[in-house]
Design a protein around this ligand. Structure first.
Ligand code: SF4
Ligand code: SF4
Length: 229
């Protein structure tokens, strides 16, 4: 009897497992496919958001070109593969006069505050060829200064191509983001002034303005359609 009950339970479990598997298959069957014919097509940006690419530094909210990193070295200790190497900044060098003034103050029994080194790292290097994308460094960082990038299309001809200077990379990305922001702002400004000029009865409208407005709006439309491609 006990054996029969066990067989019955196993049967129900098997049918349940089969049902779950078929439901997953059916879900993927009816949903939009996200596989693409690379290199003729590339994965859309939104589909790559969750991809774990090589790690990168996170910039400060007010200064995106400077990392949040405080050179605590926790990530270096946490990395099981030795991928990360960081150098701390040195304190600013004192002039002989300043050094003498500090020495005199200390001789008098005072405790002058010597300048300390900036907390940001001097160098932050990452060897992607050893990285197992385990996220130990990300979890160890106390200031959330590391994250996975979502770079899908990495290619190189030597291992050296995957040894990254993450400080330089952060600066480059911040500059690119700023340039894109400026371009967008100027495009919005241009289309805004063209729209205002095209309105009948608006001040400072001359006979030539509507033509210019048309040119501007058609140029903007062309730019947008090119961007959409
Ligand atoms: S993801 Fe893991 S292996 Fe890669 S750098 Fe971070 S700790 Fe090291
Ligand atoms: S754990 Fe974070 S703050 Fe510390 S050195 Fe690494 S990146 Fe910088």
């Amino acid at each position: 009897m006990e054996r029969l009950i066990k067989q019955g339970i196993d049967l129900i479990k098997g049918i349940w497992s089969l049902g779950v598997g078929l439901a997953v298959t059916a879900w993927y069957l009816v949903n939009r496919k996200i596989t693409v014919q690379y290199p003729k097509q590339v994965v859309p940006r939104e589909a790559s958001e969750s991809f774990r690419g090589p790690i990168e530094l996170v910039g400060q909210p007010k200064d995106p070109a400077t990392p949040k990193c405080i050179s605590c070295m926790m990530c270096v200790s946490a990395c099981p593969s030795g991928c990360i190497s960081i150098t701390k900044q040195k304190p600013p060098k004192l002039s002989p006069e300043e050094e003498k003034a500090f020495a005199e103050a200390e001789a008098r029994g005072e405790k002058p505050k010597r300048p300390v080194a900036p907390r940001n790292p001097a160098t932050w290097r990452y060897n992607y060829t050893y990285c197992s994308l385990c996220a130990c460094c990300i979890e160890a960082c106390p200031v959330n200064s590391i994250k996975f990038s979502n770079e899908l299309y990495l290619a190189g001809t030597s291992r050296g191509d995957f040894h990254y200077d993450l400080l330089a990379r952060l600066k480059r990305k911040a500059a690119e983001a700023k340039a894109a922001e400026d371009a967008k702002a100027s495009e919005t400004k241009d289309s805004g002034s063209a729209d205002a000029a095209a309105q009948p009865g608006s001040p400072n409208i001359s006979q030539a303005v509507p033509e210019k407005a048309d040119e501007a709006s058609s140029a903007s439309g062309q730019a947008k359609s090119e961007a959409a491609l």
